[in-house]
Design a protein around this ligand. Sequence first.
Ligand SMILES: [Zn+2]
Length: 441
Amino acid sequence: MKYLRGYMKILRCLLLFCLSTGLATAQEKAPALQPVTVIRAGTLIDGKSDAPRRDQEIVIRGNRIDSVSDAASAKIPAGATVIDLSRATVLPGLIDSHTHIFLQGEDPAQGGYDANILKYPLALRAARATVSVRRALEQGFTTLRDVETEGAGYGDVGIKQAIEGGYIPGPRLFVSTLAISATGGYPLEDYAPELEMPKGVQIIDGPVEARKAAREQLSHGADWIKVYMTHRSWVGKNGELVSQPTLTVEELKAIVDETHGWGKKVACHAYSGIGLHRALDGGCDSIEHGLDLDDTAIAQMLKQGTWYCPTLSAYYHDWAPADTPMGQRDRKRVSVHIPSFQKAMRAGVKIVFGTDMGGIPWTEPMAQEFLRMVEFGMTPMDAIKSATSRAAEMLDMEGQIGVVAPGAYADIVAVGGDPLRDIKTLENVQFVMKNGKVFKQ
Ligand SMILES: [Zn+2]
C-alpha cells in the first residue's frame, strides 16, 4: 500500500510535468507581444564587417535584433519606439575579457591588496562590486569576462545572479570564481610562517587536488576556470624578465581536461618563460597578459588556436622608483610587452581586448586599453573587433553578442564621433542598450 501511494505520487508528478511543459510549448508558439524599437544609426560599425555602413535602421523585438537594413528603403514597424542616433556612430555592446569586479585598484597607503581580504566584510566588497559592474555598463561594456574574485569566494556568481534577476544593473557576466594556483603562488604572503593566512585563490598541489578544485568551482557556477601559471616576476641576470612558474603541466592538464569535459574553457595568467610554456603545453585556451612571448610560444598559440588577452594598460600603473629592483621590473615588463603584442598581432594570433580593471581603479576609463592597442599598431577597426566579435568567439557566443546583426542580443552602444578616426571617442559612450533595454541615453 505504501509503495502504491508512492507510485501514484510519481504518476501525478509526471502528469503535472507533461501538462506544464505542454503549456510552455503552447505559449512559445503564440505570437508574443514584444515591444519593438527602431534605432536610426548615422554610421554603423557592426563588430564583424571590415567597413562601417551609413544610415542604417536597426529593428529590435524584445531583447533581440530583428533586422538591420538601409534606412532609405526600410519601413518603420507600426507602434515602434524610434531612437534617433542618426548623428552618432553605433556599435555592438563592448566586451572586456579581463576584469576583477571585486578589486578596486587597491591603494598601498590604505593597506593595499591584503586589507581587502583581512579587513573588509564580504558585504562591503559585494557592494563595491555592484558599483564596478554599473561603471562598466555606463561605459558601454555590456559583457565582462571576470577572471576571479581575489578572496571574495563565489561572490561573482552572486553578482551575476543579481544582474540576471534585475536587482542591479550590470553587464552580462562570465565568471571564474576563486581561480587556482599552487603553494607559494599567490598572496597573502610574507607573513610569519606560523600563521595560516587566507589566500586570494584556491591553492592546489598535485593533479588530484587540481582536478578537485576545478570540479568544485565548476559545480558552484564558474563559466571559466582561471589559473595562475606564473607568480612573482623580476629582472634576471641577463636583463631578461623572469617569472616564477607555479603549476606543473600535469596539474594544469588535469584542470583543462576536467574543464573541457564540462564544455568550458581555461584562462591562464602567464608572463614568460617556463610558466608560459607550461600553460601552452597544458592546453590553456587563453593566455592572460603574455608579457614576454617568444617565437616558440607564438607558433604554439597559432597551432593550438590559443587566445591572447594582453591587458596592456595595466602595466602602466603604480611604477616603483626607477632605481629599485621593483621599479626596474615595472619598466622591463612594459618594454617586453609592447614587442610581444606587436609580434603576436603580425603573426595572426587571436587577440581579445582586456583591461584588468580592478587592478586599475574602476574610476578610470576602461577604453584606455583601445588607445594603447592602437598606439602599438593595431587598426582601430581590429581593436573594436577585439572587444566585440572576436571576444564573442572566444566566449562561444558568436553571433549572439559582439555584433549588430539579426538574431543577436540587442546590446548596442553609440558614440558622438568617429572611433575609426579617433579611437579616444570610445571613452565617451553616450548611449547604452543591453538586452533590448535602454540603460543610458
Ligand atoms: Zn587580472
